[in-house]
Design a protein around this ligand. Sequence first.
Ligand SMILES: Cc1cc2nc3c(=O)[nH]c(=O)nc-3n(C[C@H](O)[C@H](O)[C@H](O)COP(=O)(O)OP(=O)(O)OC[C@H]3O[C@@H](n4cnc5c(N)ncnc54)[C@H](O)[C@@H]3O)c2cc1C
Length: 294
Amino acid sequence: MKKHKIAILGAGPAGLSAALQLKRQGQQPLLLEGKRPGGLLLNANLVENYPGFPDGISGPDLVEKFLNQVDRWGVEITHRKVRSLDFKENHFTIQTEQDMFQSEMVIVATGTEPKVFRDVPIPEEAAELVFSEVFPIQHVKGKAILIIGAGDAALDYALNLADENQVMILNRSRKRKGLELLWERVQKVTSIRYYDRHVVRSIQYTDSHSMEIGAVAEGEEQTFNCDFLIPAIGRTPALDFLSPSLKDEVESLSGLGRIFFIGDVKNREFRQTAIAVGDGLKAAMKIDQIREGG
Ligand SMILES: Cc1cc2nc3c(=O)[nH]c(=O)nc-3n(C[C@H](O)[C@H](O)[C@H](O)COP(=O)(O)OP(=O)(O)OC[C@H]3O[C@@H](n4cnc5c(N)ncnc54)[C@H](O)[C@@H]3O)c2cc1C
């Protein structure tokens, strides 16, 4: 089993920022990433609230800059999905699909995972047409894409895809949760159609490798045809790998500076890149203080 002083779980903005600062402090953290470095930020259409980019910057472009920067500092990203995290005999054990690591301190930066759309069953054949993020289909053209939800992510996904595709947004309620600024932009794009008070009642796979979405709006049934479906109905902290015994000890271990939770995984309604990056920096600096006996 490989032993490390500090392990960081997740290489989104929070984990990358922690890794960068730890490197600057002369430490060699183990950075584990289960999917794609850059995390959720890869989905962002236009980031306008991250200082340093007066005209805004796309999520993928900002991720590229982050990755260039950590690369320059020699941060290595180990591609592993963490299956379980446990604490016994005064050290953490990190079990991945392939191997096991030990560490003295852990920074959990695993962000969030999408809430699963369970209102109606999704046919097995259609599963590959359903996405919880926009990143995998960002480059498709001429498709009909239906988004369920009307929060920031749903509106941002619509704006992201609407240049080259026809986008429909279905909101089950009359209210929208998304930023007014995004809603104003959505209204100006002719390739986006917005339907409120539409409740999805069925999803069917069709022979033409697409889907028919049945919805009800105030008693009236309607059918929408789409090539891709994106339920954007919220996200929850990605923490299912914490062992039950570790969950009981999280508070005391946090107090001792042995485990840190940073970024979206703990930020609830404050899930923003600059906050995640700040969390990463702060955790790394706290680790330095602790190691110096502060
Ligand atoms: C559509 C959209 C638009 C956005 N626009 C903006 C914006 O304009 N401005 C802004 O500030 N923010 C924006 N955000 C939010 C921003 O993307 C997040 O706040 C930020 O990415 C959080 O960083 P994080 O590192 O905490 O988590 P994440 O980015 O979610 O990164 C977590 C990482 O951990 C990895 N991981 C998870 N579980 C495991 C595991 N078990 N093992 C190993 N690795 C694991 C994931 O694969 C991921 O790479 C937007 C988000 C979305 C979806």
